[in-house]
Every structure is written in structure tokens, then in C-alpha cells.
Design a protein around this ligand. Structure first.
Ligand SMILES: NC(=O)c1ccc[n+]([C@@H]2O[C@H](COP(=O)([O-])OP(=O)(O)OC[C@H]3O[C@@H](n4cnc5c(N)ncnc54)[C@H](OP(=O)(O)O)[C@@H]3O)[C@@H](O)[C@H]2O)c1
Length: 270
């Protein structure tokens, strides 16, 4: 698996396992299984309710903690300086380890607390409690305000991104600012699996539509975090580093964007 360089000198894998909606009781098994087949990045969040399972999966995998990359996120109702510091302590307690990356889950502009929340993450990084800090679902205005007021650029902005919703402008801004784009719901709930650009590329390369889509993310220089609890799904999603999409494939997939989100609009979500 390839690694992407973060603007603080650390590195993040370009492929990871997302664990949203994996039941708490089976998260440990799903995480250990994924690590066993080669995943090194696990994307969690306090709101997913399965941080204990994430930590358990890391420990039972038997893999060296240093070779793994664990993300968690601060939920919306814990924004603000002191609340975020407490929320982080609680995540560490549940995980049984310190995460490598902590993200502000949503900007929640109506609360207007994301700057204070960010200052708390800066403090945690300065105190050596987390290696890297970033954001999720931030738009251009919020990114520019965050950087302008604190002079600390997030390493990652994790956003909804799949062939039907490609976020080209935001990706270009990330590139200018030195922020890695991480794609959530990278498979787009299967909405592009049957599109000729995907289905034909899959046939030609001897791959599945999901593999073509994940390869597209990786070739764009993104980090993608598909979720699968099935061993077959996890291995299928992993096997994307032994082929390359052509420029024509990439152009045909670029044309699939219809600008429609599958998830909430971050401008209003809180
Ligand atoms: N920051 C945010 O606000 C935010 C929001 C949403 C998600 N996320 C993160 O992004 C991760 C991924 O997003 P997601 O879970 O919404 O969607 P996803 O990874 O795009 O899709 C997951 C769904 O696709 C199925 N699937 C997985 N691999 C497949 C394959 N090879 N072929 C066919 N179906 C396949 C899974 O079922 P099986 O389990 O049966 O394989 C599951 O139903 C989350 O788990 C979470 O970590 C973050």
C-alpha cells in the first residue's frame, strides 16, 4: 500500500478501513481481520460507538502499534476548547491507545466553535498526545479562516468523495494548501458501479467496479477508507495496487460527476 506525505512530516496510507456502522460487538474482529490482510489505516470516530472495538482489534491483531495508523474524530456536541480536550481523553480511554490522527468531524458553522476546537487539537499535538491533526467536511471558507486565525494547516480534510461527487474545486484548494484529501463513502453506495466508464474499465482490467473506483481515488492522490466487514470485501478493496487506469479511463470517470451529495451538506449540518 502506498503512503501519502502529510504537511507535518508524518505519512498516511492511501487506503484504509472505515468502521462507521460496524456494530460495536464485531468491530474488534473486523479490524483485526483487516490488519491481517494488510490494512494499516483504520478510520474511526467517537460517534461510531465502536472505539473500544477498534482498540481491541489493534491489540488482538498482534501487529506492531507503530506500523498502524489510527484515526478518530471529535463529535459535534463536543466542540469548544475544554470540551474537546475532555472528548479526546475519553476517546483515548475507549481506544486504549493514543490515535495517530484526530479530526474535527464536522465544522458546524452555526455553532461557530470550530476555531476553539482546532486550538484544542493544536494543544494536544504540542503536548505529544497525537501525532497529526486535521478536519473533516470543511469547506474553503472554513479552511481559510482556520489557517488564517491559527497558522496551523490541517494535514487532512476528510470529505464525501466518489465518482458521482468528485469535489474537484475543493481538491484543487487542498493541493494549494498542502492538505491531503481523504474520501469518505468512497464507493458512493454503488451509484456508479453500472456506469459504462466503470463497468467497461473493470472488464478490461479484470477487476471489479469497486476496485476500479478505489484505484481511481488512489491515482488522484487521495486516501480512501472503504468499509467492508466481509473478508472477501476487504481483500477485494485491498487489491488495487497491481493495475493502473489509463488516462482515458480517468477522463471517462471524471465525466460521471453529477454534483449530488449522498450525505448531509456540511454548510448546514450540526
Ligand atoms: N467524516 C465523515 O463525516 C464520514 C461520513 C461517512 C463515512 N465516513 C467514513 O468513511 C467510511 C466509508 O464510508 P461508508 O462506510 O459510508 O461507505 P463505503 O465504504 O463507500 O461503502 C460501504 C458499503 O459498501 C459495501 N462494500 C464494501 N466493499 C464492497 C465491494 N468491494 N463491493 C461491493 N460492495 C462493497 C459494504 O458492505 P459489506 O460490509 O457487506 O462489504 C457497505 O455496505 C466510513 O466507514 C467512515 O469511516 C466518514
Amino acid at each position: 500500500m502506498t503512503l501519502l506525505k502529510l504537511n507535518d512530516g508524518n505519512k498516511i496510507p492511501s487506503l484504509g478501513l472505515g468502521i462507521w456502522q460496524i456494530p460495536a460487538a464485531s468491530t474488534g474482529q473486523a479490524v483485526a481481520q483487516a490488519i491481517g490482510v494488510g490494512y494499516r489505516l483504520i478510520d474511526g470516530a467517537a460517534i461510531y460507538g465502536n472505539e473500544e472495538g477498534l482498540g481491541e482489534g489493534i491489540r488482538t491483531s498482534g501487529h506492531d502499534r507503530e506500523s498502524l495508523f489510527v484515526t478518530t474524530k471529535v463529535w459535534n456536541d463536543r466542540q469548544g476548547y475544554d470540551a474537546t480536550l475532555r472528548a479526546f481523553d475519553e476517546s483515548v480511554e475507549r481506544l486504549g491507545l493514543n490515535p495517530d490522527l484526530v479530526l474535527i468531524h464536522w465544522p458546524c458553522p452555526a455553532k461557530n466553535l470550530y476555531i476553539d476546537t482546532w486550538r484544542a487539537l493544536i494543544r494536544l499535538q504540542q503536548d505529544g498526545r497525537v501525532r497529526s491533526i486535521g478536519v473533516s467536511n470543511f469547506g474553503p471558507e472554513q479552511l481559510e479562516r482556520l489557517i488564517g486565525e491559527t497558522e496551523v494547516t490541517p494535514v487532512v480534510n476528510q470529505i464525501e468523495l466518489h465518482p458521482r461527487f468528485q469535489q474537484a474545486e475543493l481538491r484543487a484548494l487542498h493541493d494549494r494548501l498542502g492538505i491531503v484529501t481523504q474520501s469518505w463513502t468512497p464507493l458512493g453506495k454503488g451509484t456508479a458501479f453500472d456506469a459504462p466508464a466503470i463497468a467497461e474499465a473493470a472488464l478490461r482490467h479484470g477487476k471489479t467496479p469497486a476496485q476500479v473506483i478505489l484505484r481511481w481515488h488512489v491515482q488522484l492522490g487521495l486516501s480512501a477508507i472503504p468499509r467492508s466487514t466481509r473478508l472477501q470485501g476487504q481483500t477485494e478493496n485491498r487489491d488495487i495496487f497491481d493495475f493502473a487506469l489509463t488516462e482515458d479511463d480517468m477522463a471517462a470517470i471524471a465525466a460521471l460527476d453529477d454534483g449530488r451529495r449522498l450525505g448531509p451538506d456540511p454548510a448546514f449540518f450540526s
